[in-house]
Design a protein around this ligand. Structure first.
Ligand code: NAD
Ligand code: ZN
Ligand code: ZN
Length: 389
């Protein structure tokens, strides 16, 4: 079959690889009809999330048709149409039973590696390095889905692939980012990053009752998309200080909650950016927490910072004193996708969210390499690339 393979830093190729097989009787094999490229894939592409091996199959946002099931799969049958969450979860462990699906204790076969790096292991994930289990991803013609009775959401209505595909990751992620803000009526929420995750965080903040959302990025076309979602916008390249601008815009108090939807490859300007780039380049810090620092500085006293941008390891110049002295709360996590799929499917059906508005590029799987390139470089006003079978 054809699959998008990681071949090294900024090098992906669609290649012929062996078709996946049922390995456990709780697996299903899914024929992919639609898949997408995520900001998280860019962290792999740029070599920041490791370990990756040449030939690893990428892709964690996908959906398709079940073509084979193991003997212990009872809820799915051949022919079912499913969206698959990017996190792999067993459904039975302590964390799964507590609704914390991205922390499943049974699904990451490389748990020991993750424990060494992070203290404890998170769940397995599709196409997301050997730290999350080395599972082959879904930017491919077929994929093996473990715990097939637990994760996949059956789509039994007329909704198109593009309307439901993002239930696999970015819609639940943006929603969880907003939910972690415990939004109350009258609240102002600031969102760093107007990529697809940031846009879904903006939409979700309004759905959850925010009065104002202010979005920050540097690409005008992305800020325009944020305005379409009713956000006010700040182009961080046109202001001296994002934090001061936000504090001014909120009558001196600061946003009630700040969502970081940028992650470890944040850009910036001036000395701070140079400092982080150089430290990251020589391995003295793994992540550039530029947006995160701003979110912490800008947030009102007693407010919440919700971190959904991906971080890999250690950051420098982390303002812990600000957090402690101003009673800030930091919440974070890989999305517990399973928790949100069904309720968000209902919101799509009710017309409360239109996930298709983030899509700017559609192409065949065979063009995946081109998709990575334009999404990375934000060329041709690229916001989100969907690859169709
Ligand atoms: P993306 O690359 O399309 O968007 C990131 C945006 O951040 C870009 O528009 C960029 O210009 C902007 N940005 C960079 N530096 C900034 C700064 N200093 N201030 C404000 N904006 C800045 O990516 P995406 O698909 O929207 O994903 C965003 C992040 O969310 C990534 O880190 C991704 O890995 C992460 N993510 C996390 C989860 C999760 O489960 N927590 C799931 C999906 C994606
Ligand atoms: Zn993703
Ligand atoms: Zn589990």
């Amino acid at each position: 079959m054809k699959a998008t393979c990681w071949m090294g830093k900024q090098n992906v190729e669609v290649r012929e690889v062996p078709e996946p097989q049922i390995l456990n009787q709780s697996d299903a094999i899914v024929r992919i009809t639609s898949t997408a490229i995520c900001g998280s894939d860019l962290h792999l592409y740029n070599g920041f999330v490791q370990p990756m091996m040449k030939g690893d199959v990428l892709g964690h946002e996908f959906m398709g048709e079940v073509v084979e099931v193991g003997r212990r799969v009872h809820k799915l049958k051949v022919g079912d149409r499913v969206v698959v969450p990017f996190t792999i979860a067993c459904g039975n462990c302590w964390q799964c039973r507590h609704d914390n699906w991205s922390l499943c204790e049974n699904s990451n076969p490389n748990g020991a590696l993750a424990e060494k790096a992070l203290g404890h292991a998170g769940s397995g994930a599709f196409g997301y390095s050997h730290l999350t289990g080395g599972f082959a991803g879904g930017q491919a013609e077929f994929v093996r889905v473990p715990f097939a009775d637990v994760g996949p959401l059956k789509i039994e209505n007329e909704l198109s692939d593009e309307q439901v595909l993002f239930l696999s990751d970015i819609l639940p992620t943006g929603y969880m980012g907003a939910e972690m803000c415990d939004i109350r009526p009258g609240d102002t929420v600031a969102v760093w990053g107007c990529g697809p995750v940031g846009l879904f965080a903006i939409m979700s903040a309004y759905l959850l009752g925010a009065e104002r959302v202010i979005a920050i990025d540097r690409f005008e076309y992305r800020l325009a998309m944020a305005r379409k979602c009713r956000a006010e916008t700040v182009n961080y390249e046109t202001v001296d200080s994002v934090s001061e601008t936000l504090i001014e815009m909120t009558g001196g108090r600061g946003p009630d909650a700040c969502i970081e939807a940028v992650g470890l490859e944040a850009h910036g300007h001036g000395l701070e950016y140079l400092y982080d780039r150089s430290k990251q380049a020589v391995g003295l810090e793994t992540d550039r927490p530029i947006a995160l620092r701003e979110a912490i500085t800008a947030c009102r006293n007693g407010g919440t910072i919700s971190v959904i941008g991906v971080y890999g390891g250690l950051v420098d110049k982390f303002p812990l004193g600000t957090i402690m002295n101003r009673s800030l709360t930091i919440r974070s996590g890989q999305c517990h996708v399973h928790r949100y799929m069904r309720p968000l499917l209902e919101r799509i059906q009710n017309g409360e969210i239109d996930p298709t508005m983030v899509i700017t590029h559609r192409m065949p799987l065979s063009d995946a390499a081109k998709g990575y390139e334009i999404f990375l470089n934000k060329t041709d006003n690229c916001e989100k690339v969907v690859l169709h079978a």
